[in-house]
Design a protein around this ligand. Structure first.
Ligand code: SIN
Length: 276
């Protein structure tokens, strides 16, 4: 492989990393990938040939692996399946969210590897929560800075949650392991030192000390703002594609536009730390 090249995708977030083999990353290439990840929130690789062991080894270079309590594992328990069969209508992650924001120590990031793709469609979108934060008015920033929000997984993975009532029901387990966590609404990113908006439509239920109804008015405003196209990028998967995203500075959204076809991805989630 030649020299590593980082190609920024949009003004919002994302960069393609060219000229690297993830299974044989030198320390200096690893540093270039780390810097791109910090700067752009999500990095994409093409033409990789990762075995499950390579996938695990790459993830471990970033931190400990967190096994998701709800997802079906692959043959290897450290790797979760993100699967939609051709007969299913609901996909996994088909709305803006941040993985594991319901954990007291939210995950640092996730490494997603394409295993089986539809003929077309099945892209993943990302949105920068740095850009979303920076574009808010000084007045709203001041209001949000002292606030905290509650994040829960009950309405998503619980017994009465979204997936259990869908045709993805059989793919999820652990409905009794539901829980919640409270985080600042604005976090200082542990690697970049930049501020990021840390609420998301998937898991944030309300602001601490506010009712759900009071919270929804402001949350919906923030969600509309943060999903603005200029903060986003969109990744078109191909065989051999890999994405590694930062769960603290981005949202993501798996686009569900390939009904009648199968899509199978392998995901590893990497441990993070409490957010401040
Ligand atoms: C996820 O939300 O983790 C899955 C993203 C995808 O399948 O594109």
């Amino acid at each position: 492989m030649g020299a590593v090249e980082i190609r920024k995708m949009t003004g919002g977030c994302g960069a393609e990393v060219l000229g690297v083999d993830i299974a044989a990353l030198s320390n200096s290439d690893m540093e270039a990938v780390r810097q791109a990840y910090v700067d752009y929130g999500v990095v994409f690789f093409r033409d990789q040939k990762l075995t499950p062991e390579d996938h695990i080894a790459f993830a471990r270079r970033w931190g400990d692996i967190v096994v998701n309590k709800f997802f079906t594992p692959t043959q290897n328990p450290l790797i979760a399946e993100v699967r939609k069969e051709k007969e299913q209508t609901v996909n996994i992650g088909g709305g803006w969210h941040t993985d594991h924001s319901y954990d007291v120590e939210p995950a640092m990031g996730s490494v997603l590897v394409a295993r089986e793709l539809p003929e077309e469609g099945g892209d993943t979108m990302f949105a920068s929560m740095y850009a979303a934060w920076e574009a808010l008015s000084p007045g709203l920033k001041k209001t949000l800075e002292g606030m905290r929000a509650v994040h829960s997984n009950a309405h998503v993975f619980g017994a009465a949650g979204f997936y259990k009532a869908s045709d993805q029901s059989a793919g999820f387990k652990g409905e009794s392991l539901i829980g919640e966590a409270v985080h600042p609404v604005v976090v200082t990113h542990p690697l970049s030192g930049r501020k990021a908006l840390y609420v998301n439509p998937g898991f944030t239920t309300h602001f601490e000390g506010w009712t759900g109804e009071e919270s929804q008015a402001l949350l919906q405003h923030l969600y509309r703002h943060a999903a603005r196209p200029e903060f986003t990028c969109r990744f078109q998967w191909r065989e051999g594609s890999v994405a590694f995203w930062d769960n603290r500075s981005t949202w993501h959204y798996a686009v569900n536009d390939y009904h009648g076809e199968k899509r199978l991805m392998h995901r590893i989630t990497i441990a993070g730390a409490p957010l401040h």
